[in-house]
Write a protein that binds this ligand. Structure first.
Ligand SMILES: [Zn+2]
Length: 353
């Protein structure tokens, strides 16, 4: 693994390195400041166009699931005061650390994350690398694996641009299925940066059963150990035999869209996806724990839209602590098993090797 450095054995937050044991309850896949409104497609139908710039009111809330990228500026979290207010709910519920996996292409905002961390007293860990090809900045296609790896390493060791704010995890690395050349280059560069620095890699897979195993293989072939890989968005897959095989790979497994239960979610980057429900998530996690892999489960809400915020009728960043933990307890999960998912596993995953 990485050569010993000042961050070896530590977790790197936007305010600097901290001891892993100071993280507390940790959500490993969130967004505090975020914007993908530029990825939306303008619909042809006149009445659908009315949704685009409409104000998010309660009567429109239910219609935003199937207009995931196309309504009420739903896909933009642009306000620092709003981020602070929403993040504080997680803190008041007992939370300690939020991982903001807003990678390049999702309008990452290092200084704003530092402000949210100072204002809330929460640890905030910032992500690096690149989101899906559809979100790549102009010129990304021309970059070599070497160029991309150097960028990711620089974000970790020097900081993003001239902010001095450093990333603490690599990802979410955005993928499509089938995989494109540039996507494989970003994956290989992310693996190299992880090997060089000791950081973990957080993956947004393509929404196809073949995608997570393909990504795992690409990263491990580049030399990255399984336990430096976080396979995210497992909420999108509904196949138990497949999950049993995936668990055998030995990576971290992240159910990270808790609270989003829309039965009809619009296509993301042209890929239709069905994220299931909280019940389904709990069942899959219980199944994973029953296979002895509870020490590799990570949790989050992937808050990235307006209608997920409490101020807009959503469940926000505190939903897992306030609502899911008591439900898991009632369903028979042990306190130690819950603590592993919320505290022990994130500590291990986020600690630089
Ligand atoms: Zn994602």
């Amino acid at each position: 693994m990485a050569k010993k450095s000042p961050i070896t054995g530590k977790v790197q937050t936007v305010l600097g390195p901290v001891e892993p044991r100071s993280l507390g309850a940790t959500l490993t896949h969130e967004h505090l400041l975020f914007d993908v409104s530029h990825l939306g497609v303008v619909p042809e139908e006149a009445s659908e166009r009315a949704w685009k710039d409409a104000t998010l009111t309660m009567d429109r809330r239910g219609g935003l699931g199937k207009r995931f990228l196309g309504g009420c500026h739903n896909n933009a979290l642009l306000s620092i005061p709003a981020a602070i207010e929403e993040a504080l709910r997680f803190k008041y519920a007992g939370g300690g650390t939020l991982v903001d996996v807003t990678s390049t292409g999702l309008c990452r905002d290092p200084l704003a994350l530092a402000t949210v961390s100072r204002a809330t007293g929460l640890n905030v860990v910032m992500g690096g690398s690149y989101y899906m090809p559809v979100a790549h900045p102009a010129g990304t296609k021309k970059k070599t694996e070497d160029d991309i790896a150097k960028e990711i390493i620089c974000d970790i060791t020097v900081g993003v641009k001239d902010t001095g704010v450093k990333t603490g995890v690599i990802g979410e690395v955005g993928n499509m299925w089938p995989a494109t050349d540039v996507q494989v280059r970003v994956l290989r560069a992310s693996a190299r940066a992880a090997l060089e620095t000791g950081a973990a890699v957080n993956i947004h897979p393509g929404y196809h059963l073949k995608s997570p195993p393909f990504i795992f293989e690409t990263l491990t072939k580049a030399g990255l150990p399984a336990d430096r890989i976080i396979l995210g968005h497992l909420d999108a897959f509904h196949d138990r035999a497949w999950l049993r095989d995936l668990v055998q790979l030995g990576s971290y497994l992240e159910w990270d869209i808790f609270g989003l239960e829309d039965s009809e979610l619009g296509a993301v980057a042209g890929q239709p996806v069905d994220f299931g429900t909280d019940v389904r998530r709990m069942e899959d996690i219980e199944f994973t724990v029953s296979m002895g892999a509870g020490n590799r489960v990570l949790l989050g809400h992937d808050v990235c839209t307006q209608f997920q915020l409490v101020r807009n009728g959503g469940k926000g960043y505190a939903h897992i602590l306030e609502n899911i933990v008591p439900r898991l307890r009632r369903r028979g999960m042990k306190v130690t098993q819950i603590q592993a998912m919320l505290t022990d596993n994130p500590q291990r995953a986020l600690t630089f090797r």
